[in-house]
Ligand binder design. Structure first.
Ligand SMILES: Cc1cc2nc3c(=O)[nH]c(=O)nc-3n(C[C@H](O)[C@H](O)[C@H](O)COP(=O)(O)O)c2cc1C
Length: 316
Protein backbone atom coordinates (compact mmCIF):
# COMPACT_ATOMS: atom_id res chain seq x y z
CA UNK A 1 0.00 0.00 0.00
CA UNK A 2 1.29 3.45 -0.86
CA UNK A 3 1.86 5.61 2.23
CA UNK A 4 1.02 9.31 2.27
CA UNK A 5 2.77 11.84 4.49
CA UNK A 6 0.96 15.10 5.17
CA UNK A 7 3.25 17.83 6.46
CA UNK A 8 1.39 20.84 7.74
CA UNK A 9 1.65 23.87 9.97
CA UNK A 10 -1.31 25.36 11.76
CA UNK A 11 -1.24 28.02 14.43
CA UNK A 12 -4.97 28.06 15.10
CA UNK A 13 -6.02 24.56 14.09
CA UNK A 14 -7.93 24.97 10.82
CA UNK A 15 -5.16 23.72 8.54
CA UNK A 16 -4.52 20.80 10.90
CA UNK A 17 -8.24 19.97 10.85
CA UNK A 18 -8.16 19.91 7.04
CA UNK A 19 -4.96 17.80 7.09
CA UNK A 20 -6.54 15.26 9.47
CA UNK A 21 -9.59 15.01 7.21
CA UNK A 22 -7.41 14.47 4.13
CA UNK A 23 -5.45 11.82 6.05
CA UNK A 24 -8.65 9.85 6.71
CA UNK A 25 -9.37 9.69 2.99
CA UNK A 26 -5.76 9.11 1.91
CA UNK A 27 -4.90 6.40 4.43
CA UNK A 28 -2.48 4.76 5.07
CA UNK A 29 -1.15 8.15 6.05
CA UNK A 30 0.29 10.30 8.79
CA UNK A 31 0.12 14.01 9.60
CA UNK A 32 3.24 15.70 10.99
CA UNK A 33 4.56 19.23 11.37
CA UNK A 34 7.78 20.38 9.68
CA UNK A 35 9.98 19.95 12.76
CA UNK A 36 8.92 16.29 13.13
CA UNK A 37 10.21 15.39 9.67
CA UNK A 38 13.25 13.10 9.62
CA UNK A 39 14.97 10.56 7.36
CA UNK A 40 12.48 7.82 8.30
CA UNK A 41 9.67 9.70 6.60
CA UNK A 42 11.54 9.70 3.30
CA UNK A 43 10.25 6.22 2.51
CA UNK A 44 6.68 7.53 2.19
CA UNK A 45 5.42 7.37 -1.36
CA UNK A 46 3.26 10.46 -1.69
CA UNK A 47 3.46 13.85 0.01
CA UNK A 48 0.98 16.59 0.87
CA UNK A 49 2.09 20.01 2.11
CA UNK A 50 -0.50 22.14 3.89
CA UNK A 51 -0.14 25.69 5.14
CA UNK A 52 -2.27 28.52 6.44
CA UNK A 53 -1.95 31.88 4.72
CA UNK A 54 -0.69 34.58 7.06
CA UNK A 55 -0.22 38.09 5.65
CA UNK A 56 -0.46 36.90 2.04
CA UNK A 57 2.14 34.12 2.44
CA UNK A 58 2.50 30.44 3.26
CA UNK A 59 3.66 29.76 6.83
CA UNK A 60 7.40 30.44 6.86
CA UNK A 61 8.12 27.00 8.38
CA UNK A 62 6.58 25.32 5.33
CA UNK A 63 8.58 27.55 2.98
CA UNK A 64 11.79 26.80 4.90
CA UNK A 65 11.01 23.08 4.87
CA UNK A 66 10.39 23.14 1.11
CA UNK A 67 13.71 24.92 0.53
CA UNK A 68 15.68 22.59 2.83
CA UNK A 69 14.14 19.40 1.40
CA UNK A 70 13.79 20.70 -2.14
CA UNK A 71 16.05 18.08 -3.76
CA UNK A 72 14.24 15.22 -2.05
CA UNK A 73 10.74 16.61 -2.61
CA UNK A 74 11.38 17.16 -6.30
CA UNK A 75 11.76 13.38 -6.72
CA UNK A 76 8.24 12.82 -5.32
CA UNK A 77 4.66 13.60 -6.30
CA UNK A 78 3.25 16.33 -4.07
CA UNK A 79 -0.18 17.84 -3.47
CA UNK A 80 -0.32 21.35 -1.99
CA UNK A 81 -3.12 22.97 -0.08
CA UNK A 82 -3.59 26.05 2.04
CA UNK A 83 -6.39 27.45 4.16
CA UNK A 84 -7.16 31.14 3.89
CA UNK A 85 -9.95 33.69 3.79
CA UNK A 86 -9.29 35.05 0.29
CA UNK A 87 -9.45 31.95 -1.91
CA UNK A 88 -9.58 34.16 -5.00
CA UNK A 89 -5.88 34.89 -4.40
CA UNK A 90 -5.03 31.18 -4.70
CA UNK A 91 -2.65 31.61 -7.67
CA UNK A 92 -0.74 34.38 -5.94
CA UNK A 93 -0.45 32.40 -2.68
CA UNK A 94 0.92 29.26 -4.36
CA UNK A 95 3.40 30.99 -6.67
CA UNK A 96 6.42 31.04 -4.29
CA UNK A 97 6.11 27.39 -3.15
CA UNK A 98 5.54 26.17 -6.69
CA UNK A 99 8.68 27.94 -7.83
CA UNK A 100 10.65 26.27 -5.01
CA UNK A 101 9.39 22.76 -5.78
CA UNK A 102 9.00 22.97 -9.57
CA UNK A 103 5.71 22.35 -11.35
CA UNK A 104 6.52 18.81 -12.51
CA UNK A 105 6.26 17.24 -9.06
CA UNK A 106 3.06 19.06 -8.04
CA UNK A 107 -0.14 17.19 -8.84
CA UNK A 108 -2.53 19.79 -7.47
CA UNK A 109 -2.50 23.05 -5.50
CA UNK A 110 -5.75 24.14 -3.91
CA UNK A 111 -6.87 26.85 -1.49
CA UNK A 112 -9.46 25.76 1.07
CA UNK A 113 -11.70 28.05 3.08
CA UNK A 114 -10.09 28.92 6.40
CA UNK A 115 -11.35 30.33 9.67
CA UNK A 116 -10.49 33.28 11.85
CA UNK A 117 -11.55 33.62 15.49
CA UNK A 118 -10.31 36.94 16.80
CA UNK A 119 -10.61 35.89 20.44
CA UNK A 120 -8.07 33.08 19.87
CA UNK A 121 -5.38 35.18 18.19
CA UNK A 122 -2.00 35.81 19.75
CA UNK A 123 -1.40 39.50 20.45
CA UNK A 124 1.20 39.80 17.70
CA UNK A 125 -1.23 38.41 15.09
CA UNK A 126 -4.07 40.56 16.37
CA UNK A 127 -1.89 43.68 16.04
CA UNK A 128 -0.89 42.70 12.50
CA UNK A 129 -4.50 42.19 11.48
CA UNK A 130 -5.66 45.44 13.11
CA UNK A 131 -3.07 47.45 11.24
CA UNK A 132 -3.84 45.55 8.00
CA UNK A 133 -7.58 46.15 8.35
CA UNK A 134 -7.06 49.85 9.04
CA UNK A 135 -4.87 50.26 5.96
CA UNK A 136 -7.19 48.20 3.75
CA UNK A 137 -10.24 49.93 5.28
CA UNK A 138 -11.98 46.65 6.03
CA UNK A 139 -13.86 45.65 9.17
CA UNK A 140 -11.98 43.04 11.16
CA UNK A 141 -14.35 40.29 12.27
CA UNK A 142 -14.62 36.54 12.81
CA UNK A 143 -14.93 34.44 9.68
CA UNK A 144 -15.53 30.74 9.08
CA UNK A 145 -15.23 29.50 5.51
CA UNK A 146 -14.11 26.00 6.50
CA UNK A 147 -16.24 23.57 4.51
CA UNK A 148 -15.82 19.86 5.19
CA UNK A 149 -17.30 19.00 1.77
CA UNK A 150 -14.64 21.10 0.08
CA UNK A 151 -11.94 19.26 2.04
CA UNK A 152 -13.46 15.85 1.27
CA UNK A 153 -13.61 16.71 -2.46
CA UNK A 154 -9.94 17.67 -2.35
CA UNK A 155 -9.16 14.42 -0.50
CA UNK A 156 -10.83 12.40 -3.26
CA UNK A 157 -9.05 14.40 -5.95
CA UNK A 158 -5.67 13.84 -4.28
CA UNK A 159 -6.50 10.14 -3.81
CA UNK A 160 -7.04 9.93 -7.59
CA UNK A 161 -3.53 11.30 -8.17
CA UNK A 162 -2.05 9.11 -5.43
CA UNK A 163 -3.61 5.98 -6.94
CA UNK A 164 -1.91 6.76 -10.25
CA UNK A 165 1.52 6.27 -8.68
CA UNK A 166 0.63 2.69 -7.69
CA UNK A 167 2.70 0.55 -10.06
CA UNK A 168 0.14 -1.53 -11.92
CA UNK A 169 0.40 -5.27 -12.27
CA UNK A 170 -0.12 -6.31 -15.92
CA UNK A 171 -3.74 -5.76 -16.97
CA UNK A 172 -4.37 -9.36 -18.02
CA UNK A 173 -2.89 -10.73 -14.80
CA UNK A 174 -5.14 -8.49 -12.69
CA UNK A 175 -8.14 -9.41 -14.86
CA UNK A 176 -7.42 -13.12 -14.51
CA UNK A 177 -7.05 -13.02 -10.71
CA UNK A 178 -10.06 -10.74 -10.27
CA UNK A 179 -12.33 -12.90 -12.43
CA UNK A 180 -11.09 -16.05 -10.71
CA UNK A 181 -11.99 -14.45 -7.36
CA UNK A 182 -15.42 -13.30 -8.58
CA UNK A 183 -16.20 -16.74 -9.99
CA UNK A 184 -15.19 -18.72 -6.93
CA UNK A 185 -17.35 -16.58 -4.63
CA UNK A 186 -21.10 -16.35 -4.84
CA UNK A 187 -22.25 -13.82 -2.25
CA UNK A 188 -21.65 -10.09 -2.20
CA UNK A 189 -22.76 -7.02 -0.31
CA UNK A 190 -24.66 -4.81 -2.70
CA UNK A 191 -24.62 -1.18 -1.57
CA UNK A 192 -27.27 1.12 -2.95
CA UNK A 193 -28.31 4.58 -1.89
CA UNK A 194 -30.60 7.46 -2.59
CA UNK A 195 -30.46 10.69 -0.60
CA UNK A 196 -30.24 9.63 3.04
CA UNK A 197 -31.38 6.05 2.39
CA UNK A 198 -28.53 3.52 2.34
CA UNK A 199 -28.75 -0.27 1.97
CA UNK A 200 -26.03 -2.89 2.23
CA UNK A 201 -27.73 -6.06 1.01
CA UNK A 202 -26.07 -9.48 1.28
CA UNK A 203 -27.07 -11.25 -1.91
CA UNK A 204 -26.07 -14.16 -4.11
CA UNK A 205 -24.57 -13.16 -7.45
CA UNK A 206 -23.37 -14.55 -10.75
CA UNK A 207 -20.42 -12.97 -12.55
CA UNK A 208 -20.07 -13.14 -16.31
CA UNK A 209 -17.85 -11.11 -18.58
CA UNK A 210 -17.85 -7.71 -16.85
CA UNK A 211 -21.38 -7.96 -15.45
CA UNK A 212 -22.85 -9.11 -12.18
CA UNK A 213 -26.36 -10.54 -12.15
CA UNK A 214 -28.60 -10.64 -9.10
CA UNK A 215 -31.93 -12.40 -8.73
CA UNK A 216 -34.33 -10.89 -6.25
CA UNK A 217 -38.00 -10.97 -5.37
CA UNK A 218 -37.87 -7.26 -4.53
CA UNK A 219 -37.16 -4.99 -1.59
CA UNK A 220 -35.80 -1.58 -0.68
CA UNK A 221 -32.67 -1.94 -2.81
CA UNK A 222 -34.97 -1.50 -5.82
CA UNK A 223 -36.25 1.79 -4.38
CA UNK A 224 -32.66 3.01 -4.42
CA UNK A 225 -31.66 1.56 -7.81
CA UNK A 226 -34.73 3.05 -9.49
CA UNK A 227 -33.60 6.50 -8.36
CA UNK A 228 -29.81 6.06 -8.43
CA UNK A 229 -28.11 3.58 -10.74
CA UNK A 230 -24.71 3.94 -8.99
CA UNK A 231 -23.93 0.95 -6.79
CA UNK A 232 -20.99 -0.59 -5.01
CA UNK A 233 -20.35 -4.30 -4.56
CA UNK A 234 -18.01 -5.80 -1.97
CA UNK A 235 -16.78 -9.37 -2.00
CA UNK A 236 -14.17 -10.58 0.46
CA UNK A 237 -12.64 -13.48 2.32
CA UNK A 238 -12.81 -13.66 6.09
CA UNK A 239 -9.81 -12.00 7.67
CA UNK A 240 -7.20 -14.56 8.63
CA UNK A 241 -3.90 -12.70 8.65
CA UNK A 242 -2.16 -9.89 6.75
CA UNK A 243 -0.57 -12.35 4.30
CA UNK A 244 -3.95 -13.66 3.18
CA UNK A 245 -5.91 -10.51 2.44
CA UNK A 246 -8.45 -10.84 -0.34
CA UNK A 247 -11.21 -8.36 -0.95
CA UNK A 248 -12.64 -6.33 -3.75
CA UNK A 249 -14.85 -3.28 -3.92
CA UNK A 250 -16.43 -2.61 -7.30
CA UNK A 251 -18.22 0.46 -8.54
CA UNK A 252 -20.89 -0.20 -11.13
CA UNK A 253 -24.15 0.88 -12.72
CA UNK A 254 -27.28 -1.13 -12.01
CA UNK A 255 -30.27 -1.67 -14.24
CA UNK A 256 -33.44 -3.69 -13.77
CA UNK A 257 -33.79 -6.15 -16.63
CA UNK A 258 -37.28 -6.06 -18.23
CA UNK A 259 -39.28 -9.08 -17.08
CA UNK A 260 -39.80 -11.90 -19.61
CA UNK A 261 -37.74 -10.14 -22.32
CA UNK A 262 -34.99 -11.86 -24.33
CA UNK A 263 -32.26 -10.43 -22.09
CA UNK A 264 -34.12 -11.73 -19.03
CA UNK A 265 -34.26 -15.24 -20.51
CA UNK A 266 -30.59 -15.13 -21.60
CA UNK A 267 -29.47 -14.15 -18.10
CA UNK A 268 -31.58 -16.89 -16.53
CA UNK A 269 -29.75 -19.34 -18.78
CA UNK A 270 -26.34 -17.94 -17.78
CA UNK A 271 -27.36 -18.72 -14.21
CA UNK A 272 -28.39 -22.22 -15.29
CA UNK A 273 -32.06 -21.69 -14.49
CA UNK A 274 -34.95 -23.18 -16.39
CA UNK A 275 -36.66 -20.12 -17.89
CA UNK A 276 -40.11 -21.72 -18.11
CA UNK A 277 -40.04 -22.72 -14.45
CA UNK A 278 -38.79 -19.26 -13.48
CA UNK A 279 -41.70 -17.60 -15.27
CA UNK A 280 -44.17 -20.00 -13.63
CA UNK A 281 -43.12 -19.09 -10.09
CA UNK A 282 -45.98 -17.71 -7.95
CA UNK A 283 -44.00 -14.48 -7.51
CA UNK A 284 -42.13 -12.34 -10.01
CA UNK A 285 -38.39 -12.97 -9.92
CA UNK A 286 -36.52 -9.78 -10.85
CA UNK A 287 -33.05 -9.55 -12.31
CA UNK A 288 -30.63 -6.74 -11.58
CA UNK A 289 -27.81 -6.41 -14.11
CA UNK A 290 -24.77 -4.47 -12.98
CA UNK A 291 -22.24 -3.18 -15.47
CA UNK A 292 -18.95 -3.23 -13.60
CA UNK A 293 -16.86 -0.09 -14.06
CA UNK A 294 -13.94 0.01 -11.64
CA UNK A 295 -12.61 -2.44 -9.08
CA UNK A 296 -10.36 -1.62 -6.15
CA UNK A 297 -8.65 -4.87 -5.28
CA UNK A 298 -6.67 -5.82 -2.20
CA UNK A 299 -5.00 -9.20 -2.71
CA UNK A 300 -1.96 -10.37 -0.76
CA UNK A 301 -1.24 -12.48 -3.85
CA UNK A 302 -0.22 -9.34 -5.73
CA UNK A 303 2.44 -8.63 -3.13
CA UNK A 304 3.94 -12.10 -3.36
CA UNK A 305 4.06 -11.58 -7.14
CA UNK A 306 6.10 -8.39 -6.60
CA UNK A 307 3.33 -5.85 -7.20
CA UNK A 308 1.54 -3.45 -4.89
CA UNK A 309 -1.04 -5.26 -2.78
CA UNK A 310 -3.68 -2.78 -3.93
CA UNK A 311 -4.59 -2.70 -7.61
CA UNK A 312 -7.17 -0.76 -9.58
CA UNK A 313 -8.91 -2.50 -12.46
CA UNK A 314 -11.00 -0.63 -15.00
CA UNK A 315 -13.46 -2.88 -16.82
CA UNK A 316 -13.56 -2.19 -20.56
C1 LIG B 1 -2.13 37.02 11.31
C2 LIG B 1 -3.03 36.46 10.26
C3 LIG B 1 -2.87 36.85 8.95
C4 LIG B 1 -3.71 36.35 7.97
N1 LIG B 1 -3.53 36.74 6.68
C5 LIG B 1 -4.33 36.25 5.70
C6 LIG B 1 -4.13 36.63 4.35
O1 LIG B 1 -3.23 37.37 4.00
N2 LIG B 1 -4.97 36.12 3.42
C7 LIG B 1 -6.00 35.27 3.74
O2 LIG B 1 -6.73 34.86 2.85
N3 LIG B 1 -6.18 34.88 5.02
C8 LIG B 1 -5.38 35.34 6.00
N4 LIG B 1 -5.54 34.95 7.30
C9 LIG B 1 -6.57 33.94 7.60
C10 LIG B 1 -5.93 32.56 7.75
O3 LIG B 1 -5.34 32.14 6.56
C11 LIG B 1 -6.98 31.54 8.16
O4 LIG B 1 -7.49 31.97 9.37
C12 LIG B 1 -6.40 30.14 8.27
O5 LIG B 1 -7.44 29.20 8.20
C13 LIG B 1 -5.66 29.95 9.57
O6 LIG B 1 -5.16 28.65 9.65
P1 LIG B 1 -4.77 27.96 11.03
O7 LIG B 1 -6.03 27.89 11.85
O8 LIG B 1 -4.30 26.60 10.61
O9 LIG B 1 -3.72 28.78 11.67
C14 LIG B 1 -4.73 35.44 8.31
C15 LIG B 1 -4.88 35.05 9.63
C16 LIG B 1 -4.04 35.55 10.60
C17 LIG B 1 -4.22 35.11 12.02
Amino acid sequence: MKKTLIICESKYGTTKKAADTLALILGPSKVISCNEFNEEYKNYDFFVLGSPIYMESFDEKIIRFAIEERDFLRTKKIALFCTCLAKSKEKEYFKPIISILEKECIVTAKALGGALKLKELEKEDMDLLISFSEKAKIVLKDADFYDVKEVVDLGLEIKGFRDKIIPSAPYLKVKFLLEEFLKCHNTCTLSTSFNGRVRGTPIEYTYEDGYIYLFSEGGEKFANILLNENVSISIYDNYDNMTKLAGVQIFGKAYIVPYRGKEYCDIAQIKGLNVEQLLKLPIKMNIIKIKLIRAEILFSKFKTMGYDIRQIFNFE
